[in-house]
Design a protein around this ligand. Structure first.
Ligand SMILES: C[S@@+](CC[C@H](N)C(=O)[O-])C[C@H]1O[C@@H](n2cnc3c(N)ncnc32)[C@H](O)[C@@H]1O
Length: 203
């Protein structure tokens, strides 16, 4: 079974779990919200949104921000629709082929999802496409010291959730630059995670 099918099946089973609803790594959300407070977008879409843990925090902190969500898992999208009662527009879609218009969003967040994408360059190119010129990507995922990352990358394909790869900072920078992004910052938030903020040039 390919990684995407494994991801979809796994997350369709786990959308209602407490861990998923809270956010798989919610410790990092504060930093993303601080970045959004500075960037002041009018709208945001969370790609690979899960059941909406990040969006719940964003909605509380920035109530005027228009929110959308997309996930590969139908179960996750249904959970978002029920949880937010129409205040978040949620669609089922694959990050590598988004069913979304170009130049449509001021901000895109991707939390703990890129390590599930088999073709991350296609996904990052899609993020670039849907952002307005001058819009921002907030990319949060795992990164840790090289030996642990190497071990994780041996184990990932064996896991049931369709995990594909943990990327180094250099690989993340290469993906973003190849898509056309200017990288504004890359910060480790915990020993296991990072937040990278990048801008689509052109405003
Ligand atoms: C570890 S969960 C993270 C959920 C949420 N963003 C969070 O931080 O708690 C990964 C999410 O990415 C979604 N996902 C995996 N592959 C995807 C893809 N190709 N396109 C869109 N979403 C995907 C999964 O369905 C799942 O909801």
């Amino acid at each position: 079974m390919d990684a995407k099918t494994r991801s979809r099946n796994y997350f369709n089973l786990h959308h209602a779990s407490r861990w998923a609803r809270e956010g798989y790594w919610s410790f990092d959300y504060k930093r993303s919200i601080q970045a959004l407070e500075l960037l002041r977008p009018a709208n945001l879409i969370d790609i690979g949104c899960g059941p909406g843990g990040f969006l719940a925090r964003v909605q509380k902190a920035l109530p005027h921000l228009r929110l959308s969500a997309m996930d590969l898992s139908e179960g996750m999208v249904q959970e978002v629709r029920e949880r937010f009662g129409g205040t978040v527009e949620a669609v089922v879609g694959d990050a590598e082929h988004m069913p979304l218009e170009s130049d449509a969003f001021d901000a895109v967040s991707v939390n703990m999802s890129i390590h599930h994408w088999p073709h991350p360059q296609e996904g990052i190119n899609e993020v670039f496409r849907i952002l307005t010129p001058g819009g921002h990507l907030l990319l949060e995922d795992m990164d840790c010291i090289p030996p642990i990352r190497a071990a994780a990358n041996v184990v990932f394909p064996l896991l049931p959730g369709g995990d594909v790869k943990m990327y180094s900072q250099k690989e993340i920078r290469t993906l973003l630059t190849a898509a056309g992004f200017d990288i504004l910052s890359y910060h480790k938030i915990t020993p296991w995670t990072f937040l990278c903020v990048a801008e689509k040039p052109g405003r």
